[in-house]
Design a protein around this ligand. Sequence first.
Ligand SMILES: O=CC(=O)O
Length: 319
Amino acid sequence: MASEDNEVEDHRPLVLIHSLSSFKLPLQDRLITHFRLFDSLASPEASSVRALICVGPTPVTADTLDHLPSLRLVVGSSAGLDHVDLAECHRRGIAVTNSGDAYSENVADYAVALLLDVLRRVSSADRFVRSGLWPQMGEYPLGRKLGGKRIGIVGLGSIGSEVAKRLVAFGCTVAYNSRNKKPSVLYPYYANVHDLAVNSDFLIVCCALTNETHHIINKDVLTALGREGVIINVGRGALVDEKELVQFLVQGEIGGAGLDVFENEPNVPKELFALDNVVLSPHLAVLTPESFEALNEVIIANLKAFFSNKPLLSPFQQE
Ligand SMILES: O=CC(=O)O
């Protein structure tokens, strides 16, 4: 429809891109076909905007929300939403969505890659060859087989379920811990992580970080996992008591670790650098061009559903 001065009216809904300068939303340019974007809490549109895209770990606090009195939807671009004040959103009647299934297969692949790397010493063997030690030392220390081992999955959501599928295909058995037992899931359930650790060879941590799950992997859990145990963390650094984990690794009281996340990123405890049974990675398990494509679809689907009063595609759920 044309307005009086012959300009075409813009019917695209208004959406705020909420982002720290260091984070850019992948494929953001594609959103402008559907939405009118702006990116400052200080701009005049802030008072009327109803939906916000929260890019990466950009905090959404009560203070952020105070700038946005009409806000009714926060669309997270990440799987974990520990940077969003979920209680405050809930209190203000603001719905929150996350990346849904967009990243799950990528993260699960990466978790398995880290586990295989720790067990078979792939990164460490690569360093051995590159540093010219092969001709001098000959044999390289043996790794361990993955198949046949007992895997404990902490958080059987969309990522944890993909991890389980993959490890069953490797011939492992799977058990899990999550907030509640899932009636449709046949894997054994443990109501606490300690008992899961007692009954597992390796733990894969992929739950959301909340007040309840902060340091869910503590000294007792690490002790229960034991000297041959391996821990993989693709969730959030603070799910693991990092100081304890470092102590356990340095003293050989646990068999190894594969870590994509840390308590104080991008700072990694220096003690870990010398350990060949530890594989370190800079928080990139979710990142592939394919996951960006999938994320873009999830974001658009959530926003379109919201603006047409339909059910949201991926309302955030804690596992
Ligand atoms: O860590 C990445 C995410 O939560 O998406």
